[in-house]
Design a protein around this ligand. Sequence first.
Ligand SMILES: [Zn+2]
Length: 346
Amino acid sequence: MAGKKNEKKAGEQPVNTDGTIEKMMQFKPFRHFDSHGHPGLEKKGIADRQGCVDFWCGNSVVARSMMGARALLGDPNPFSVITEPEQCPNLTPEVFVQYMDSANIEGMCLQAIHGVTVPYGPEKKVWKWYVPNEYVKREFIDAFPGRFTAVGGVHTRYGVEAALEMVQSAHECGFPGLKFHTATSGSPNMKEMYPVYEKCVELGLHVQFHTGCEELPGTRTKFQNPEHLDDVAMDFPDLKILQLHCGMFNNIEMSLWHVMKYENYYTDVVMPVPLLMHFRQFFDMDHMRFLEYFMPDKVFYGTDFPLTMPFYKPMLDNIMLMPLSQEFKHKLTGDNFRKFINWEST
Ligand SMILES: [Zn+2]
């Protein structure tokens, strides 16, 4: 198929204007990066990490969505409802590495988490989700050099001082940023959070904000609206913001607009489930083309692993087979995030 237009001078990079066959055959070895994974659901010590058992146990939306992962982890009866920590499947950090290797994924950014809901339901329950920074550093980052990085959890339910200590802890662990889990912890534009943002700018840490819809206990959709991030980006132009889930099932259009409006505002496309990506309500082909055309350097590929364990490799294959330029696919699935956190490949 190499006609005259495809001839290249020595040393020139190939451009993505080749013919039909070249576009179809565009796989070439590339190390990807997963910008969004969740530690904490490992069986060892799971009862000590608040909220983590609830991902596997009980008859909830999230526990039912984890049944596929239970099957892959060897549970002979994955559709049964389990209730005890001892019944959780044997997820380990090694499983993360195995799945990453299977998809040629070099590294994963893990989210240590701090989340506390407002009281909910007739019993005024409060749900907490806590995966400590030190746990993630010890069990993943230090145990598998060159494969993981992480962000630390932060919230202001225990006051501003406690929140600033959470920032300091993440900094001391060597993490490149923080994550604020809006769904549990409130709107990002509440004034208590402002000292946190000041501190993050001072320390050069980015902040990740959850903006997708969420099925965890006690979580509220209104906190996840990307509208609140408009205030944060306006008031902290030097703060690097990563909008998680790009407003999925909430406000995708506004999420895209913010990335275009603000220089330091980035997004991801978590979770890129191949089935859902057929629908305009989700990240369909138009969404992907829009990203490629308007913000090719500001979008990251993440997976929500292990929540998406049953289709970890198909998710990536699906994107690599889309009619998008190879240059953009490599930015999306690796190079953009490596640049965002100054990752050095080993
Ligand atoms: Zn997530």
